[in-house]
Write a protein that binds this ligand. Structure first.
Ligand code: BGC
Ligand code: ZN
Length: 338
């Protein structure tokens, strides 16, 4: 079968023929991949800034935002049947389990090295078939299949928003999202769904289609960083400067969650954090309950907005998508099988 991935020997992105996987344990499920979304992590991987191949191999199949159909189930699989739709979680619990993995919070794994499909030491889904444990698969209702490729990025946002609202020690009213990529847009939509007044700040000009999409969803778009201080700040810009500038807009009791910023150099507002009882949080990956929340909330989001988030392209163009700079349409999705 075809697979798009990284050759660590050749230091390049390649399309290869790889053997089809098969079920080897009763709790395993064979999947046919239907769609895979591309994100900034894939671009970082292709630049060899993070990630590593499975032990003893020099090739890593990319792709971690997947939607797949169940093709066959091992004899010990109880909840899934052939024909069901699933989204795989990205991270695998460590073994023997650390305290976080033992209580079902693989996203908080304390092992020195995590295992994540398509990223760290495990093959991803930019290929035709994959095998997973049933416990690593999130069932998707058929009514959500057209948008379910967004569930993995939405799960990352669910965790961030849940954390921010839980940590805030007052009544959060205003939210600021920095960055208008897929994560920023999904964060803004989710905060709006939670009833907050949401603004997005990003580099795109005011007449950019992403700004128009946000405004249509009831979200303010700000090419300049101004307006009311934010009770909740979500950083989704991948930029230290943007994160620091956003922190300056954090209201007393405000909670900032960093999702993509690089390391910063220079002045850091510790005093402001202290005297304003503000919180700064880093967040990565998503718990099984964040995936469940993403399934729930996806069904509540406006489909006309979601349609404008997605650009579907053929599987054959996946390598080009990973290397190309982001486009006007926020999320590139490659259709592996119809
Ligand atoms: C994925 C997460 C993953 C993170 C770091 C993100 O793109 O959505 O699931 O934990 O990359 O590897
Ligand atoms: Zn991703």
């Amino acid at each position: 079968m075809r697979a798009v991935g990284l050759s660590y020997a050749g230091r390049r992105l390649e399309v290869r023929q790889v053997p089809e996987p098969s079920i080897t344990a009763p709790t395993e499920v064979l999947l046919r991949v239907r769609e895979v979304g591309i994100c900034g992590t894939d671009r970082e991987l292709a630049l060899f800034r993070l990630g590593f191949p499975p032990a003893g191999e020099e090739f890593l199949i990319l792709g971690h935002e997947a939607l797949a159909e169940v093709v066959a189930c091992g004899s010990g699989v109880s909840r899934l049947r052939p024909g069901d739709w699933v989204v795989p979680m990205v991270r695998r619990p460590c073994r023997p389990p650390c305290p976080s993995c033992a209580r079902g919070r693989r996203d908080l794994c304390l092992a020195p090295e995590q295992r994540e499909r398509g990223i760290f030491g495990l093959h991803g889904y930019l290929t035709e078939y994959a095998v997973d444990e049933e416990e690593d698969l999130v069932p998707i209702p058929p009514s959500l299949v057209d948008y379910a490729v967004l569930i993995e990025p939405l799960s990352v946002v669910e965790k961030a928003v849940e954390t921010a609202l839980r940590v805030h020690q007052g009544v959060p009213v205003t939210a600021l999202v920095v960055g208008a990529g897929p994560i920023g847009i999904l964060a803004a939509l989710l905060l709006r769904l939670r009833g907050l007044e949401v603004a997005v700040h990003s580099l795109e000009p005011e007449d950019h289609p992403r700004a128009a999409l946000l405004v249509e969803a009831g979200i303010t778009y700000r090419p300049r960083l101004e307006g009311l201080p934010a009770d909740v700040l979500i950083e989704a810009a991948g930029s230290a400067e943007a994160a620091l500038a956003g922190l300056e807009r954090l209201a007393p009791l405000g909670v900032a969650v960093l999702l993509g910023a690089d390391d910063a150099f220079g002045r850091f507002p510790f005093r402001g954090l202290i005297v304003g009882n503000r919180s700064l949080i880093g967040s990565v990956n998503a718990s099984p309950s964040a995936f469940a929340a993403a399934v729930e909330d996806l069904g509540r989001l406006d489909r006309r907005i979601l349609d404008r988030l997605l650009l579907r392209l053929p599987f054959a163009e996946a390598a080009r998508s990973i290397l190309a700079p982001p486009e006007v349409t926020p999320k590139r999705v490659h259709v592996v099988a119809d």
